[in-house]
Design a protein around this ligand. Structure first.
Ligand code: IVH
Length: 720
């Protein structure tokens, strides 16, 4: 990975960069997996498609820049969400892929150029494509054996789908038997969708039953396919377009267009707007045509899919992890409408973050009625000069979470409206709010006295990445806080003393109370990293918590470290007469961060960690929680270490440890250490200034790692 001249120190990423990238990648993976689940598993997306795409792109860019951090099981290499419980899970004969997105003409031209170059064709060589509307529904795999429909699967995670055959048999566009001639095995893939009229009448029925309407055609189709009772699916107006193949016992056409023709002959419905496009310009013309048609189409589409037409060339191009190289989705731009900004409300987050939310006159955009939109932060409002009462432009791309783009052009006199001034007090508790010099976010300083922060912190504490208390949800937390059964973290582990109170609550029977209490008991013993992360300290995320736990290994050591650093900070402040300017404070935090000696734990995290523990209420709360818990030490298990039996050599200057410490740690993990590189060396860990040993290791093809990569590589058990 790091090719370089023998005399030069390697052009490896700085450890700090690598650690920062590792932290960002980890956050991105969690987020991507969560949004994937919301979109595909729950049909309840929280962000727009383009916001999701931006996350995936950022993740891809980081993996490209830091290949050491790439992981085969990253959420971006899987498609969709794992199948939901309830339906039988069946492996796909061929993976069901997703599509890469293009958002501009330039990206479409790049796609065509990439295809040509991967096929070894000159840039001007003819290459034909097919263009098809991108139907906004749910993809299905229909498997026919000897002309009979044997199963219908959802995409699931791309490798394993849900068996929805019984429901799918009720869809009239989907043939049960095929007319001769047909291949012995034929998998037809396509989109099950609901028409706009179908959705409207379904929603009228739902309203009559007092049920929430489906927000859009996609969610309605997905809901209909996943009904437990096939009769319910049958009652929904579902349609199906065939557009791709899965496993085939023999070819059904040598081009995409001819495959579509075969589908039609076999009784499937294919989209009438699919066209062959001999040139890139034809693709762009098809895009324009289909975009213009969009409002008049009886179903929702969200772009145009381009496919290399020749099936043999598709096979030659193959796939890159989750997407085919031979196809791309050209997405439509987000829809925009104008509506009125009625109010700006402030929502309070776990760390007191004050997030402004636009309350809008309800408006229909991109298939849903929108009445709220996030405004991100104070500066965004100032930059856009949004004033309550303004007509504003609202944009909604793909699905959900709309954004306010700015003030709309109008003849209205805006000078009668006052510029927005961000509240200086927390709307939940009335405490002051503050904003760090380099921070975009204003925060409430109320800490645990702010009821909203109390609830959100407790919710964070029990959440899956934190203590992961099974079956304890945000509603129960809010209910118990309201009833004063809990008010701070340690109270959760004291809930068992309130069993009687719990039992007297409506909806809490003996079984549910005991189940909850035993789930809580299960997590009284938790790993150090989770115990730290669950405190919900601003900046101290999963990665930082894990890094601190790995380095300091016990709760008492971490607590002692914090006290020592707090002592130093207070002494420095005292020496300066009580206050320090921003620059000196930054320098102080940098010095303290160096003392901690963990790549990736920088001055920002240190400042946040110390600010948290400097508040006596926070410190007391954390200590009481620790006293209730059995916080497991991080144990370096020699027998199962990833370096047992290896020979390790360290060279160059190491930043987070001395050479002796590094060697002692490696030995503790069951490895031998050596001062010189030979063919027997398993790994050479190098720091800045590495020279001949590194060159020798490379010439012997010995594995080499930076110090930060080494830290990740020896990640011990006991951290989960
Ligand atoms: S082809 C290997 N064609 O879009 C290619 N997909 O964002 C597989 N979709 O998973 C897909 N209309 O659910 C293809 N005409 C079309 C499509 C289409 C809608 C969906 C499909 C796919 C998703 C990717």
């Amino acid at each position: 990975m790091f090719a370089h001249a023998a005399q030069q120190p390697p052009a490896a990423p700085a450890d700090a960069d690598l650690a920062a990238a590792a932290a960002e990648i980890s956050t991105l993976r969690t987020e991507i997996a969560r949004h994937n689940g919301l979109y595909h598993g729950d049909d309840a997306p929280e962000i727009t498609d383009s916001e999701f795409d931006a996350l995936v792109r950022r993740h891809e860019a980081l993996e490209r820049s830091f290949p050491a951090l790439a992981r085969a099981d990253a959420p971006t290499t899987t498609v969709g969400a794992p199948p939901k419980a309830g339906f039988r899970k069946v492996a796909h004969a061929r993976p069901m892929l997703s599509l890469e997105n293009a958002f501009s003409e330039e990206e479409v031209r790049e796609f065509a150029a990439r295809c040509r170059s991967a096929l070894g064709l000159p840039p001007t060589a003819p290459l034909s494509f097919a263009a098809e509307p991108k139907i906004d529904g749910l993809s299905l795999d229909l498997r026919y054996e000897n002309g009979q429909l044997v199963h219908a699967l959802t995409r699931g995670d791309g490798a394993v789908g849900e068996d929805v055959t019984a429901n799918v048999r009720t869809i009239t566009d989907i043939p049960q038997n095929l007319p001769h001639p047909f291949p012995q095995i034929l998998e037809v893939r396509g989109e099950v969708y609901m028409t706009k009229d179908g959705l409207a009448s379904l929603n009228i029925d739902r309203a009559a039953q007092g049920r929430d309407p489906y927000p859009n055609c996609r969610n309605a189709a997905a809901g209909a396919v996943r009904q437990k009772d096939p009769a319910k699916t049958a009652a929904r107006p579902l349609r199906f377009y065939a557009y791709a193949t899965g496993e085939l016992s023999e070819p059904i056409g040598d081009t995409q267009m001819r495959q579509l023709a075969t589908f039609a002959r076999l009784g499937f419905v294919t989209n009438p707007h699919s066209t062959a496009c001999p040139q890139v310009d034809d693709l762009l013309a098809a895009y324009q045509r289909i975009h213009t048609l969009r409002p008049d189409l009886p179903y929702d589409i969200d772009g145009v899919v381009y496919k290399v037409d020749e099936v043999a060339l598709q096979a030659q191009l193959g796939n890159v992890s989750r997407t085919p190289r031979w196809a791309i989705a050209h997405k439509f731009p987000a829809e925009r409408v104008v509506t009125r900004l009625e109010a700006i409300d402030i929502q309070v987050g776990r760390t007191g973050a004050q997030t402004p939310v636009a309350r809008l006159t309800p408006v229909f955009v991109g298939g849903v009625t929108v009445s709220n939109a996030t405004l991100h932060n104070e500066d965004e409002i100032t930059r856009k000069d949004l004033r309550v009462g303004d007509l504003v432009i609202v944009e909604r791309a793909g699905d959900v979470i709309p954004a306010v783009i700015g003030v709309a052009d109008s003849d209205e006199d805006r000078s009668v409206r006052a510029p927005y001034s961000f509240p200086r007090q927390c709307p939940e508790c009335g405490s002051d709010t503050v904003r760090g010099e380099d921070e975009a976010v204003r925060r409430c300083i109320g800490g645990l006295s702010c009821s909203k922060q109390r609830v959100t912190r407790l919710i964070h504490m029990i959440s899956r990445p934190a203590l992961d208390i099974n079956g304890f949800g945000s509603e129960a937390i809010a209910e118990f806080v309201e009833a004063r059964l809990i008010s701070e973290p340690a109270d959760i582990f004291r809930l068992h003393t309130r069993r009687g109170d719990l039992l007297s609550r409506k909806g809490w029977g003996e079984a549910s109370v005991d189940k909850l209490l035993s789930s809580i008991e299960e997590k009284r013993r938790s790993p150090l990293n989770r115990a730290l992360y669950c405190l919900g300290i601003h900046q101290v995320g999963q990665t930082a918590s894990r890094d601190i736990a790995r380095q300091y290994t016990s709760h008492s050591a971490v607590r002692a470290l914090i006290d020592r650093l707090l002592g130093e900070r207070r002494a420095a402040l005292d020496a300066a007469g009580g206050t320090l300017d921003q620059k000196s404070l930054d320098r102080l935090h940098e010095t303290l961060a160096k003392q901690i000696g963990i790549a990736g734990i920088g001055p920002e995290i240190v400042r946040s960690l110390l600010n948290f523990f400097d508040d006596s209420d926070n410190a007391r709360m954390a200590d009481e929680l620790a006293a209730e818990m059995i916080i497991e030490d991080v144990v370096y298990v020699t027998a199962s270490s990833p370096i047992t039996g290896m020979t390790i050599v360290f060279t160059g200057s190491l930043e987070t440890m001395t050479r002796d410490e590094a060697e002692a740690e490696a030995q503790k993990l069951g490895a031998k250490t050596s001062g010189s590189v030979s063919a027997k060396t398993s790994i050479l860990v190098y720091g800045p200034g590495a020279g001949s040993k590194l060159a020798k290791a490379e010439s012997l093809r010995v594995r080499t790692m930076t110090e930060a990569e080494w830290r990740l590589f020896i990640a011990p058990p006991g951290v989960s």
